[in-house]
Write a protein that binds this ligand. Structure first.
Ligand SMILES: [Zn+2]
Length: 409
């Protein structure tokens, strides 16, 4: 048992509470509420200014690359080296207050095993393993010989190419076989992929339906990478659980997302970071970012006005400290959500209570300070409701408990 007395408790959903207490019993929260009515008992107690649920980043890549987070770079990086780097990134995330993350393409299934056995002090990791892409699509490495990309069992990297319903089914099953907790598919072109166009749709309706149905049989959510309107509409129509990026959302598209029940993970952090670094980007990245970045912000605003459910995710994945794309800056997404029109409490909910929605049937009871939920809890020396940028400063995260275990104090 462990007791946290806080001047302010931010529950994850609903209003903050002053003079609150959270009691952790094993890996669960056994009490969260007013201090007056907290259960009596002699427990180790810590007093903190602010307590809230551990944060979620619903879109990272444990890719272990240091020079450009592309499929090609990942293929050229030996997997053991990449995994060691990614393990360091997982530690950085946990110390920054992130107790849960979705890895949407990377070595997360292996890190998750290391976290589960206690070898690695990282967040709870829900990994897609490899990204399912059509040949020539967003997760293909367009300049490498086809044969070197198309055999996912031999190649390093985060791509699996699939064409036709049968290969899509096989691709999902191969990810399940390797321990994927969520399935990632590309329904449009992308930014870092050289020869495709983010406004072009990828995969047919039949292929996408096959992916979603096969994932659903194993209670896995499907995360759809998509930028242009056609790709977003295709993902929503196929029943994908989440829309990742969603760079071209007008009112019709927002209505379709809402109708389908999909969650939008806008990943504004990566757009803002790339937009700020235009001068050093490879030419094809630069052109695509310049075309997409402003439209993406408008899309977030349109989706918010239409009442689409948002969740916080960054798309960060560079294992090189100190760059705009480095791990540890994940809390910047909360500021971007507020800049797009959310209140600080809504932004916090998008990265706590609402985040497990992105995992469908694999969702844990996490993201809320409430009796019975996982004891994923953080304490802060300043209040993010008053200043959302607090969440982007790991040094203000004074304590972290993951599943009841203190990992920063
Ligand atoms: Zn991504």
């Amino acid at each position: 048992m462990y007791r946290i007395d806080a001047e302010v408790m931010i529950p994850g959903r609903g209003s903050p509470l002053s003079n609150a207490t959270v009691v952790i019993d094993g890996d669960r929260i056994s009490y969260a509420g007013p201090r007056d009515t907290a259960p009596a008992g002699e427990h180790p107690t810590v007093s903190v200014p602010v307590v809230m649920p551990g944060l979620w980043d619903c879109h990272v890549h444990f890719a272990g690359v240091r020079d450009g987070a592309s499929t090609q770079e990942m293929m050229l990086t030996p997997a053991p080296l990449a995994t060691v780097r990614a393990a360091k990134d997982a530690e950085v995330l946990l110390q920054a207050g992130f107790t849960s993350v979705r890895d949407l393409g990377g070595y997360g299934v292996h890190l998750a095993a290391a976290v589960a056995e206690g070898t690695l002090a990282g967040p709870s990791i829900y990994s897609a393993n490899k990204v399912i892409s059509q040949t020539g699509g967003h997760s293909d490495a367009h300049r490498l010989p086809y044969q070197s990309v198309s055999d996912p069992c031999r190649a390093n990297g985060m791509q699996i190419l699939a064409d036709g319903v049968d290969e899509c089914l096989k691709a999902v099953r191969l990810q399940l076989r390797e321990g994927a907790r969520v399935i990632k598919v590309c329904t449009s072109g992308g930014v870092v992929s050289e020869l495709d166009d983010p406004y072009h749709r990828q995969f047919s309706d039949a292929e996408l339906r096959a992916v979603v149905e096969e994932a659903g049989r194993a209670e896995r959510a499907v995360a759809a990478h998509c930028h242009g309107k056609a790709g977003v509409l295709a993902a929503a129509a196929a029943g994908c659980t989440t829309i990742e990026h969603g760079s071209q959302i007008d009112e019709e598209t927002a209505a379709a997302i809402k109708e389908s029940g999909a969650v939008l993970v806008p990943t504004r952090t990566v757009f803002a970071a790339l937009k700020a670094s235009l001068g050093v980007l490879p030419p094809h990245w630069r052109d695509k970012v310049a075309r997409l970045a402003d439209e993406h912000l408008v899309s977030m605003q349109v989706a918010l006005s239409a009442g689409v459910q948002l969740a916080a995710g960054t798309d960060l994945g560079l294992s090189r400290p100190g760059t705009p794309l480095s791990f540890g800056r994940n809390g910047e997404e909360f500021g971007h959500l507020v800049a797009a029109g959310m209140t600080p409490l809504q932004a916090i909910e998008a990265g706590t209570a609402a985040a497990p929605l992105t995992l469908g049937g694999q969702a844990p009871r996490s993201g809320l300070l409430e009796q019975g939920y996982d004891a994923d809890v953080i304490a802060l020396s300043a209040n993010p409701v008053a200043d959302i940028s607090v969440l982007a400063r790991p040094e203000l995260v004074t304590h972290v408990w993951r599943k009841g275990k203190p990992v920063k104090q």
